[in-house]
Ligand binder design. Structure first.
Ligand SMILES: [Mg+2]
Ligand SMILES: [Zn+2]
Length: 195
C-alpha cells in the first residue's frame, strides 16, 4: 500500500463542498453549510499528524451573482467554528470566484476562462508558493472530476471520496488515484499508508 509519493507527505489539500460539507448545490448561506459526519474529526487528525491543510474550492456562485465576499466570509467562519468543535483547523483557503460563462451576475456571450478554476492549477500553485511546499509533498482529496484533473495536472495524487459528487459530475475526464468513502476514511487511509 505504501507508495513513494506518500513518504514526503506533509500537506493535505481539500476541496470544500462535498468533502468537508454536504453539497446540495452551491452553498449560498451559512445555514446551507452542513458538515459531513466525521469530516471535522478527520481534519483534526490531519492537524494532529502535523500536516498542513488547505482548502481549495471553486465558488462560481460569485460569478453568477449569487454570492458576495461578506456572505462567503460568514460561511468560512461557520466552517471554522464547526471544525473548532473538534479541535480542528485549516491553514488557509484558496477559492476561484469565476465561471467561464458568467461575470458579475451576467451571462457572457463568449466564454472567458480563468486559470484558477479547477481543473486549472493556479490555486494549487498559489498555495504552494505562499506556504513553501511542492506537489510531491501533498495529496488532494476531492469529490469532483475537476479536483482529480487539477491534482493530476499539477503533479500530485488524489483521493476521491464518495460523498458529494462522488466523481459522477463528468466535468473532466479524470479518475482519482484512490477511492475512499469519505474524508474520515481518506485520512485513515493516509495515516496507514504513511505509518
Ligand atoms: Mg466538491
Ligand atoms: Zn478563477
Amino acid at each position: 500500500m505504501l507508495k513513494n509519493s506518500f513518504k514526503k507527505l506533509r500537506v493535505v489539500l481539500l476541496d470544500r463542498d462535498g468533502v468537508i460539507n454536504q453539497e446540495p448545490g452551491p452553498v449560498l448561506t451559512p445555514e446551507q453549510f452542513v458538515m459531513i459526519p466525521k469530516s471535522a474529526e478527520a481534519v483534526a487528525k490531519i492537524n494532529d499528524q502535523g500536516w498542513q491543510c488547505f482548502v481549495i474550492t471553486n465558488q462560481a456562485a460569485f460569478a453568477r451573482g449569487y454570492l458576495e465576499d461578506s456572505v462567503f466570509e460568514k460561511i468560512t467562519e461557520k466552517m471554522q467554528r464547526e471544525l473548532g468543535k473538534s479541535g480542528a483547523h485549516f491553514d488557509g483557503q484558496y477559492y476561484c470566484p469565476h465561471h467561464p460563462d458568467w461575470e458579475n451576475g451576467k451571462q457572457l456571450k463568449s466564454p472567458n476562462y480563468c486559470l484558477c478554476r479547477k481543473p486549472g492549477t493556479l490555486l494549487l500553485e498559489q498555495a504552494a508558493a505562499e506556504h513553501g511546499f511542492v506537489a510531491e509533498e501533498t495529496i488532494f482529496i476531492g469529490d469532483s472530476t475537476s479536483d482529480f484533473a487539477a491534482a493530476s495536472s499539477w503533479g500530485t495524487h488524489s483521493i476521491g471520496v464518495r460523498t458529494g459528487h462522488a466523481g459522477r459530475d463528468r466535468k473532466a475526464d479524470a479518475e482519482p488515484d484512490y477511492w475512499q468513502d469519505d474524508l474520515w476514511s481518506a485520512v485513515e487511509f493516509l495515516l496507514t499508508a504513511t505509518s
